[in-house]
Ligand binder design. Sequence first.
Ligand code: FAD
Length: 413
Amino acid sequence: MSPDHDHRPSDLDRTERPPHALVSGASIAGTATAFWLHRLGWRVTILERATGFRAGGQNIDVRGSGREVLDRMGLTEAVRARTTTEVGTRFVDEHDRPVGEFPTVPGEGDGLTAELEILRGDLATLVADTLPAEVRWLYGDRITAVRETADGVEVDLAGGGRESADLLVVAEGVRSSTRDLIMDDVVHDPLGLYLAYGTIPRTDDDDRWWRWYTAPGSRQATLRPDNRGTVRATLAYLSDSTGLETADHDAVVSSLQQTFADVGWQVPRILDGYADTDDLYVDFLEQIRLPHYARGRVVITGDAAWSVTPLAGGGATLALVGGYVLGAALSRWDGTSAGLDRALSGYEQWMRPFVDQVQKLPPGVPRLAYPHSRLGVSLLRGATTLAGTRPGRKVGRLLGSGPQADQPLPPFG
Ligand SMILES: Cc1cc2nc3c(=O)[nH]c(=O)nc-3n(C[C@H](O)[C@H](O)[C@H](O)COP(=O)(O)OP(=O)(O)OC[C@H]3O[C@@H](n4cnc5c(N)ncnc54)[C@H](O)[C@@H]3O)c2cc1C
């Protein structure tokens, strides 16, 4: 797609009709973008591949610049009322004895557990609920072809339909198929780590801590509270081979049963819970890097543009900030094609340094955090105990409590 820099007769006359955005993907990045574009007076259509709004998903957090955006959306208190109620992060040994504790102290900033921990589906629902009835929703369909036209962009849908818009916003997450249709230079950076997560029944032993157990063989298990009376369990392990992410439920459970067979702690219970749950999800973590976030009349945002993975953290924060920054950039659009190029490059210029900062993993991650030997696990526990002391926690907070952009959020024009 090559944008035309001339002021063509087809360029938008903003006095006549508001511009139309087609937003593909109805999670945090898609709904946040729709929120700001609707505020600007745009007509918005949201296209979602799933047959209904996806309200599921695991624990995510909103930190730093994401908190500022949430404030500007007027949603901070609504999020606070729906947090997962987690009180802190506790690293434990095989007998569930604490080896290091990181409580979240109100007023002291975010620790490993942030002040605003919420389920992904709850946050997406909160944002979606702010959208008025004139925002159009299309479910159960996806884009199969993208064409730039004289006055915008046109897409074919798998269901046989066709949509046109002034701007296509791709917010389809890390495995975005529309991004892959229009960009052949997507960099996938695998982290060599599988992460499975699912919802399992709560027991009397479960508390409000995020409990974290590391076992030899580069394996980890965690249990987190939610606000639904259930528990969110993850199993993670280092692996260089892929394929499990496309396997069916029974094959995933059986593979995890083999990989985690000899791991004690709460793992047998997690595996039993996984066998019975219908929201088991497994993913091979990879970061996404794009040479450009926009091409012609198409702009990419959220995990589709810059997946950071849960290892780096900050995916939800970046999705919220991306929606705001795109809105701010488009608030200065004069309706011409050249003006759109300028607006979209303004979005990219603001976002890229922030994304680069968030994508950077601490040295040794994930290898040091997933030791193979018993000695490695003991050393990691020693380091965790030290970091969990009062001075250690203070240093941790000074090093940063979440993704905070170096520059202020851009104003709306
Ligand atoms: C286990 C786990 C823990 C996490 N923890 C954190 C955390 O602590 N903090 C944090 O900030 N982030 C965390 N994240 C990341 C966070 O969930 C995502 O970064 C965030 O949801 C970004 O959202 P997104 O809208 O870009 O993509 P997604 O949430 O992936 O949503 C993409 C949407 O697009 C839809 N879609 C996909 N393909 C198509 C298509 N072709 N056409 C139409 N629709 C399509 C999908 O159905 C989905 O609704 C975590 C993620 C995981 C998996």
